[in-house]
Design a protein around this ligand. Structure first.
Ligand code: 5GP
Length: 177
């Protein structure tokens, strides 16, 4: 059976170049206050790894795992924490590293949750932001790419745990799993 994959939305080479650019921006912005990168599992693991290597500062890492209730290709905004952070955020310069923002509900929830832990600063770096679908004003400081509102896989993003290892971000044409 052939994979239900459509057009390449962001090729690996463009990902690489843009992430190097984001790394430079973050390096300049956080020069005096190295950030704590908070990756949102699982989707952001690949982005987090490449972004961190593009930041020329002594960054630290932590991870959260969340899952949104709802069908596989649509989020409901009700977020469940599967794994919380290990580190205390008090007085830290926290940068949330997220794979993709669709409705923005997941990030809005995470931002509220982490802001309540008294970080010195809290910003968001999202690799992919879908056009026109943000329901809340999220104030995302670093955006890799604005993409059309199609469902995509690859570069960390899955459907039913598949396709995370595709080097490109690719449109997914199949049914939700
Ligand atoms: P939001 O809460 O912004 O609507 O959705 C965010 C979460 O839904 C992402 O962290 C991701 O897990 C999932 N998601 C949203 N759009 C896509 C997509 O196009 N592909 C994949 N694989 N996951 C997506």
């Amino acid at each position: 059976m052939t994979d239900p994959l459509g057009a390449v939305v962001v090729p690996a080479e463009e990902l690489r170049e843009r992430i190097l650019g984001l790394g430079k921006e973050i390096t300049a912005d956080y020069a005096e206050r190295p950030p704590l990168l908070v990756g949102v599992l699982k989707g952001a693991f690949m982005f987090m790894s490449d972004l961190a290597r593009a930041i020329d500062l002594p960054v630290e890492f932590d991870f959260m795992a969340v899952s949104s209730y709802g069908s596989a290709t649509r989020t409901s905004g009700v977020v469940r924490i599967i794994k919380d952070l290990d580190l205390d955020l008090t007085d830290r310069h926290v940068l949330i590293v997220e794979d993709i923002v669709d409705s923005g509900l997941t990030l809005a929830y995470l931002r509220r949750l982490l802001a309540a832990r008294q970080p010195a600063s809290l910003e968001i770096c999202a690799l992919l932001v879908k056009d026109g679908l943000q329901k809340s004003d999220l104030d995302i400081k670093y955006v890799g790419f604005q993409i059309p509102p199609d469902f995509v896989v690859g570069y960390g993003l899955d459907v039913g745990e598949r396709y995370r290892n595709l080097p490109d971000v690719v449109e997914y044409l199949g049914p939700p799993e």
